[in-house]
Ligand binder design. Structure first.
Ligand code: 4AD
Ligand code: MG
Length: 437
């Protein structure tokens, strides 16, 4: 639209005639005149309407799409220092009339709806300023990630979603009928990012991951995005963790710079990052958990959700001033076939999770890079070697010592914003029941 002014730029246009376009967020009819609150992608503005303009809106509901031409004037408020502007409308044009009442009220400060109602009516509820803010933060996280990776000189890769074999093992993959053949939706870009280690040495990308999770939980989706990363010619897993930490810090910087208003609107106080994210072996973490809480999970092969929460929201902030903690050296039985075994203890792996203010956000580690070793690992996991022909080809033709990680984008967004359910951090979530909108 030519000559349109966004609401956020109106302050600089005092006394000028402008064109504003957006949705009718709220309407107050005072008989002789009226107030329309108009919402565009940048904010809300009050428009003062004449009786005739009010008449034009007769029978129309909120969300009607409007084009307003008018003069920017200082808004009369009780606070003399407020300096807000409003628009004195000269003409009003209806671009798209709405005659139905919205299924959920979206013009209150908070959306008062259960999660299922909110998602059933996503088409409309997404328009609420707080919902909008969530996905602005998510976008800024990705900007921060991409900027960090580009600065390192790494290459962005666009990974396939349709594949012939599952990558993360287990039965949690979706089968697809591919011209009569069995195909799967990728669980992660794991195999593909590793293959590129024969070329680029450092790659990243935003992938689509699919998991046929059996249950709906507050932390699991059936479709989500991963911020993927892989790097070659490394000496240790520590190098991979440094990239996790560096990119996470870059993402926090990006949201602080790009999303000040959104973070304020969502009442978010970002957790502390500390000097350096602490690193602790799984077994040591379980012992600290036992010593400090009395809960003995030292014989478990993994952290329970409660232990993850305690470690990242109580222990790491208190002891290390950080809302993040790396937990390392998970047992062989808990990690996929591509994970490198710990040379000092082959029942353990060179793997880590980053736990961030509540739950696991990242999994990563060193990978098996030699052919014989990978063949043996595939066999010992009971997988069919025929399924990994292409994958093993990369090992056969030389892959450097390498490692990488995958960060759950929706999980990160959920934890940063303190959202109770991961579906709130997913613009169009899919779970066991939900496949719409
Ligand atoms: O831990 P995961 O399964 O690891 C991988 O996919 C490996 N390929 C990563 C690697 O490079 N070694 O998934 C990575 C992250 C998790 O830490 C979590 O944040 C997120 O993806 N995630 C999910 N998010 C939402 N719903 C689910 N069902 C998820 N499963 C994993
Ligand atoms: Mg994991």
């Amino acid at each position: 639209m030519q000559n349109r002014t966004l609401v956020r730029d109106l302050n600089d246009k005092l006394g000028q005639t402008v064109i504003v376009a957006g949705w009718l967020h709220r309407l107050r009819d005072m008989a002789k005149f009226g107030f329309a609150i108009v919402r565009d992608r940048s904010g809300l503005v009050q428009v003062v309407l004449t009786a005739e303009q009010l008449e034009q809106l007769k029978g129309l509901q909120v969300e009607t799409v409007l084009k307003v031409t008018g003069i920017v004037v200082e808004k009369r408020t009780k606070d003399p220092n407020a300096h807000e502007v409003e628009i004195q409308a000269t003409t009003l044009e209806i671009l798209s009339p709405v005659t139905d009442v919205t299924p959920v009220e979206i013009n209150n400060h908070d959306l008062d709806a259960r999660l299922e109602t909110l998602l059933d009516n996503r088409v409309v509820t997404l328009r609420h300023p707080k919902q909008r803010a969530i996905f602005r933060v998510q976008a800024a996280l990705v900007h921060g990630y991409r900027a960090y990776m580009e600065k390192q000189g790494f290459t962005e890769i666009f990974f396939p979603v349709l594949a012939g074999a599952a990558s993360e093992g287990g039965s949690e993959f979706f089968r697809v009928d591919y011209y009569g053949r069995d195909a799967a939706l990728t669980q992660s870009a794991q195999l593909y990012k590793q293959i590129t280690m024969g070329v680029y040495e450092g790659v990243y990308g935003v992938s689509y991951s699919f998991r046929a999770e059996k249950f709906s939980t507050s932390r699991h989706l059936t479709e989500f995005n991963q911020l993927e990363f892989e790097v070659g010619f490394i000496d240790s897993m520590e190098e991979v963790m440094e990239y996790v930490e560096g990119s996470t810090r870059g993402m926090f910087a990006a949201i602080q710079e790009e999303c000040k208003e959104e973070l304020a609107l969502l009442n978010v106080v970002l957790p502390p990052l500390g000097e350096k994210f602490p690193r602790i072996k799984l077994i040591d973490a379980l012992h600290v958990y036992k010593a400090e809480t009395g809960i003995d999970e030292t014989h478990e092969p993994d952290l329970s959700p409660a232990a993850e929460r305690w470690l990242s929201t109580v222990w790491a902030p208190k002891v290390h001033g950080s809302g993040f903690v790396f937990v390392t050296h998970y047992p062989e039985t808990k990690r996929p076939f591509y994970t490198k075994l710990d040379p000092e203890d082959p029942t353990s792996t060179l793997s880590f999770d980053l736990i961030g203010f509540g739950s696991e956000i990242v999994s990563g580690g060193m990978r098996v890079n030699r052919y014989d070793e990978q063949l043996a690992r595939i066999q010992s996991k009971g997988l069919r070697v025929e399924d990994f022909e292409d994958y093993l080809m990369m090992h056969k033709y030389g892959i450097p010592p390498e490692g990488g990680f995958g960060m759950g984008l929706q999980r990160l967004t959920q934890n940063i914003l303190g959202l109770a359910n991961i579906k709130e951090a997913t613009i169009f979530p899919r779970d066991v029941q939900r496949l719409r909108p």
